[in-house]
Design a protein around this ligand. Sequence first.
Ligand code: HEC
Length: 138
Amino acid sequence: MIFRFTIQCLLISLFAFLVNGCGGNNSSSGEFTVVQDVKVGAFDASLAAKGEQIFKMKCIACHQYDKRLVGPPLRDVAKRRSANYIISMIISPEEMQEKNDTVKALVQQYMTKMTNQNVTLDDARAIYEHLREIAGLK
Ligand code: HEC
């Protein structure tokens, strides 16, 4: 009886461990991101319009929509990457360059590092809504 109970406990803990992993900092794909809980609901046109303004001030020097400039073209980025990844990249490129394998590879490929544009989390969320719009995900 006691033996069976112990085995059951072990199996349950093993299952919990497998489901939760080692805890913490990773999205479901196992990739490091700075934020993990970005909520993406119905498309919000006024938020996207605000995001477009900020994009044109802070991002356009290095990113075009369809052509490589200093950084990658961003037309389809909302299709290629998760909301957590994109918003993490906007608010803390340094941490992503250090810890995210995809971004590490991009630094090699583009031979330059994205610099921190001092964007707040709210403004980053607005930019994400704009990137969603241009990717046709609304
Ligand atoms: C100084 C140039 C520069 C500025 C300004 C800049 N970026 Fe970047 N960005 C890059 C580079 C270069 C990369 C490739 C990764 C790296 O080398 O750091 C990149 C990567 C990215 C990525 C990841 C793309 C992918 O395919 O995974 C996103 C998303 C991004 N930038 C969004 C933005 C947004 C939004 C802004 C404005 C707030 C911005 N960037 C401002 C240079 C810049």
